[in-house]
Each structure stands twice: as C-alpha cells, then as structure tokens.
Design a protein around this ligand. Structure first.
Ligand SMILES: Nc1ncnc2c1ncn2[C@@H]1O[C@H](COP(=O)(O)OP(=O)(O)OP(=O)(O)O)[C@@H](O)[C@H]1O
Length: 184
C-alpha cells in the first residue's frame, strides 16, 4: 500500500486573495514542503488545451494536469496553489484552505495588478458568490475545508501559523503517514 508521510494541502481562493503569498511563506518555513503554482506547472508540463481569447488565458487540460501531478501528490508535502480545486483526487488531499478577501480590498489589489475592468468585475463577482468555497465544499469532505480571512499581512501571519500547527497535529495523528488508496 502506498502512503505519504506528509499531507497535501490545497490553498485556493479567487485570484488576488493571497494563495501564492501564503504558499511561499509556508514553504519557506517548512523546507519539506513544495509549493506548486498550478498555472506555472501546467505551462512547464504542457497541460494546455487551447487558448481562451476572451479571457486572454490558456485553457488547462485538467486530465493531463492531474495525471502529471498525481505522482508528486502520492509522495506528499505538496502545497497546491490554484483558484480551481475540485479536480484533485480526494484520496490525495488532506486539507483545503479557502482564502477570503473583502471586496474593497480585493478590488484594490486587482487594480494595482493592472487587471482590465472586466477581469476585476469577474473576480469580484466570483468572490461575492463564494464560487471557490462552494467548489471546495462540493469536492471534499466538510471537515477538511476551512475558510480563512486574507485581508492583511497579519492575516497571512496567523493563517500560516494555523496551517503549520495543523500539519503538526496531522503528523501526530498519522505517525505512519496517510494512505494514497481510496478508503472503503
Ligand atoms: N492577506 C494579505 N494582506 C496584504 N496583501 C496581500 C494579502 N494577500 C495577498 N496580498 C497581496 O495581493 C497581491 C496578490 O497576492 P497573491 O499573488 O499571493 O494572490 P493569488 O491569490 O496567488 O493571486 P493569483 O490567483 O492571481 O495568482 C500581492 O501583491 C500580495 O502581496
């Protein structure tokens, strides 16, 4: 039976909520963990299936992406950084952190990044409707999905501490690691 000695964690949220900032901090503090920015990973592993002219972004071939990521997830200690989350197999995911940012704060962040107005509006709507949170709740068991505020630098600090302490508890509860197989 294959096992992973450390958990896999998805850090998700609407663009601009702070996924990369959180993953970078956690990976810096815990050297055993690898931060995978899924957009970069998809580029590096040629997991695209066309281009969306309207959104000016590549369309990810999700099957190909999951196939490429699975061997890494089976080894464990992966921080997945992406706005989409429900495509990763439940048996390989231990925690899903959904970041939440107040509309005004998110608006300013996206504006600062030079996003076009339609892209800002689309992302603010996505945040208001809780699309990423709903996707996480539909994709994974309720008890592994947590929503955390990401409005300030202090929020990042406390969220990172929370995730690190969650990992410590996971290690105590899973001294032999977690199974990569489907539990029956
Ligand atoms: N909690 C926070 N407090 C203050 N600034 C933040 C916070 N979270 C993110 N930021 C800032 O907002 C910007 C976007 O952050 P980041 O790239 O981490 O978001 P993201 O969710 O990974 O975005 P994307 O999905 O587009 O990659 C950065 O300039 C970052 O410094």
């Amino acid at each position: 039976m294959s096992t992973r000695p450390l958990p896999n964690i998805i850090i998700t949220g609407t663009p601009g909520t702070g996924k990369s900032s959180h993953c970078e901090r956690i990976a810096n503090e815990l050297g055993a963990f690898t931060h995978i920015n899924v957009t970069d990973f998809a580029k590096e592993h040629d997991c695209f299936d066309g281009y969306d002219e309207e959104r000016k972004s590549h369309i990810v071939d999700e099957d190909k992406l999951v196939d490429a990521m699975e061997p890494l997830l089976e080894r464990g200690a992966i921080l997945i950084d992406w706005h989409a989350n429900d495509l990763f197999p439940e048996r390989l995911i231990d925690l899903v952190v959904v970041l939440k940012t107040d509309n005004g704060v998110l608006y300013e962040r996206l504006e600062k990044r030079g996003y076009a107005q339609n892209k800002i509006d689309e992302n603010i709507d996505c945040e208001i409707m809780g699309i990423v949170l709903n996707e996480a709740r539909e994709g994974y068991a309720e008890e592994i999905v947590v929503e955390l505020d990401s409005n300030s630098v202090e929020d990042i600090e406390s969220n990172v501490e929370r995730v690190i302490s969650w990992i410590d508890t996971w290690k105590l509860n899973n001294p032999l690691g977690a199974s990569n197989e489907l539990s029956v």
